[in-house]
Design a protein around this ligand. Structure first.
Ligand SMILES: Nc1ncnc2c1ncn2[C@@H]1O[C@H](COP(=O)(O)OP(=O)(O)OP(=O)(O)O)[C@@H](O)[C@H]1O
Ligand SMILES: [Mg+2]
Length: 368
């Protein structure tokens, strides 16, 4: 009797052509109670459908496709469980079991220092004794592996029933990057849908164990790809990184709006490249202006978590794969990251205390 794995079935189901059906959410963990014996196949599948009433039609298509790929099957039984993308349901379905807080580090504008902030905050939280995971969700330019000095591919264990990806570990944090899965040469238009599928898999299939914080380094921008990602990830909150100049602040406002549209609370604004202290004279220069981050936080009534100076060591730490706590322990910059990470932890505990229930995500893919 030829073997048919869950993965084989997943690949067959992905061939279904049906506008009602969001293939991005079709992952190995969508298939439950999988049973294949004596040429009879039976399983349940959780799906996100745009229109729930089309489930039966889709089931027929699935059965046809499976029959076509595995003609020796005598009986195929499929139960479809239609899901919508609410955080509540994701939490209830156990996707986030063991992960206490999920935080996105985002910005509207590119190159403002999201990845630098994500890496150094993750390390700061870990240095304070928290267990921390970091997901590099940047499909445009995954930079976390380089910033943490990681090169190897994560190990993947797969059997008929399940799949487990072992995260890489360095500087006390667990890490997974989209850069390890997506071909650098494929155009972003194709990488978008792949990325949200892969990131969903990062949450469900990576062996995170218990985590106090799971941090997502987001791609820049507020377009469809980012919105899909924000809806795919069950987020407890987001941090907006901006530089002080107006061009960055305009985009930071857009990013804030994107998160509030899908009911993800803003945990705070961080101003990066806030100022420069000349190492020889100790004189402070406001290269990109000053106070933009705190101004926008006041304007939009969200917490201001602090400002990070432009500093050659911060840049070099990123390029060399050594976070500031390891490159220059006890330095002024290391202290700044620790302070900001403590303010962040404080905001998260305030938010957790105030919210008895997790907010529902409302999907609205319309433009501004
Ligand atoms: N505070 C800082 N001082 C000095 N250099 C910095 C600082 N923050 C970031 N950089 C440098 O600026 C560059 C861009 O930073 P980073 O990659 O973190 O930005 P990003 O917002 O993640 O970019 P992208 O939008 O491309 O993902 C990097 O070379 C990084 O080392
Ligand atoms: Mg980045």
């Amino acid at each position: 009797m030829p073997e048919i794995t869950k993965n084989d079935i997943l690949n067959t189901l992905k061939k279904a052509k049906d506008s009602n059906f969001n293939k991005e959410f079709l992952i190995l963990n969508s298939i439950k109670n999988y049973n294949y014996a004596e040429n009879e196949l039976k399983f349940e599948i959780s799906l996100q459908l745009n229109n729930k009433s089309g489930a039966d039609e889709l089931k027929e298509k699935f059965i046809e496709l499976i029959q076509c790929d595995f003609p020796f099957l005598k009986k195929i039984e499929i139960m479809i469980d239609v899901k919508s993308a609410t955080m509540q349901e994701k939490q209830e379905s156990g996707i986030l079991t063991g992960i206490k807080n999920t935080i996105a580090i985002a910005s509207g504008k590119g190159g403002v220092g999201k990845s630098t902030v994500a890496v150094n905050l993750a390390v700061s939280l870990a240095q304070d004794g928290a267990t921390v995971g970091l997901i590099d969700a940047d499909i445009y330019g995954p930079s976390v592996p380089m910033m943490l000095g990681l090169k190897e591919k994560p190990r993947v264990f797969q059997n008929q029933q399940s799949m487990k990806i072992i995260p890489l570990t360095n500087y006390g944090i667990k890490v997974i990057s989209i850069g390890l899965l997506v071909d650098d040469n494929s155009p972003v238009i194709w990488r978008g849908p792949m990325a949200s599928g892969a990131i969903k898999q990062f949450i469900t299939d990576v062996d995170w164990g218990e985590l106090d914080y799971l941090i997502f380094d987001m791609p820049p921008g507020t377009g469809d790809i980012q919105l899909t990602l924000v809806q795919t990830i069950p987020l407890a909150g987001a941090i907006i990184v901006t530089t002080p100049q107006e061009v960055s602040l305009i985009d930071a406002r857009k990013a804030l709006k994107m998160f509030t549209r899908v009911n993800v609370p803003i945990l705070g604004v961080i101003e990066n490249m806030s100022y420069f202290i000349a190492p020889d004279t100790g004189k402070k220069y406001d290269i990109f202006g000053t106070g933009g981050g705190s101004k926008i936080a006041t304007e939009l009534e969200v917490p201001y978590l602090g400002g990070i100076p432009i500093q050659q060591q911060i840049r070099m730490g990123g390029d060399n794969g050594v976070p500031i706590h390891f490159d220059s322990p006890g330095s002024e910059q290391a202290k700044i990251f620790t302070e900001i990470s403590r303010k962040l932890a404080e905001q998260i505990s305030i938010k957790n205390k105030n919210s008895n229930s997790i907010p529902k995500m409302e999907i609205d893919l319309g433009g501004d």
